[in-house]
Design a protein around this ligand. Structure first.
Ligand code: ATP
Ligand code: MG
Length: 200
């Protein structure tokens, strides 16, 4: 009886918004193919519930590789700054090499190394789709430098290379895989690697 006297609770709000599905470009780089990690890598994205909507094995031309790693001035600056920060934090490179270079120049050098890396053998290009796909794929892939990537991530579980290993041989960090890092770069990269009709 007493319950009739209680004020009526308002109904819970209905949330109509649903996260929009995103698409993201993933490349298994030549070291990933050579080491037979394709099944393992694809399995990780499938198990988390993402959907594979395009895939092809590509012998990458230098032109395509340059265009892929030419995301504009900001990319050169960012990569260059990351390299300088890495050397500073580790107390390396006092006055020579990277410390005296402009970040943009370093970015250009890394771009050249990346082109050599991406054209060294076949690459598996894919588009994965799902809510928050861009962030989820980056989380599964892990940080750029495998020696800093935590266990459980692709780069942390299957690679170990540091910037120093790579730079001492004047080449890119071999980190098995590429994944788009923002909606804008995902759009540009998917258009660069796939024709519309190749995407299911
Ligand atoms: P990716 O774009 O390949 O997914 P990422 O977004 O984690 O990698 P970026 O900063 O975009 O990292 O760098 C692109 C690629 O350049 C890296 O995957 C790596 O192979 C190479 N790279 C980045 N920094 C260095 C460096 N200091 N020395 C050598 N190679 C580097
Ligand atoms: Mg990147």
């Amino acid at each position: 009886m007493a319950s009739n006297l209680l004020p009526k609770k308002p109904p819970p709000p209905t949330i109509k918004m649903k996260p929009a599905a995103e698409q993201t470009l993933v490349l298994i780089k030549p070291d990933g193919i050579e080491r037979g990690l394709v099944g393992e890598i694809i399995g990780r994205f499938e198990k988390v519930g993402l959907q594979l909507i395009a895939a092809k094995l590509v012998n990458v031309s230098p032109d395509l590789a340059y265009r892929h790693y030419d995301a504009g001035e900001e990319w050169f600056q960012n990569v260059g700054k990351k390299v300088q920060q890495f050397y500073r934090e580790h107390g390396l490179d006092k006055g020579e090499a990277f410390a005296k270079m402009e970040p943009r120049e370093i970015g250009k050098l890394v771009q050249k190394w990346n082109v050599d890396y991406l054209t060294a053998g076949p690459v598996l290009a894919m588009v994965w789709r799902g809510p928050h796909a861009i962030g989820i794929v980056r989380k599964i892939v892990g940080p750029t430098y495998p020696d800093q990537a935590p266990p459980g991530t692709i780069r942390g579980d299957f690679a170990h290379e540091s910037v120093l290993d790579a730079n001492s041989q004047q080449r890119s960090v071999h980190n098995l895989i590429h994944a788009s890092d923002s909606p804008a770069s995902a759009k540009l990269e998917i258009e660069l690697w796939f024709h519309r009709k190749e995407i299911i």
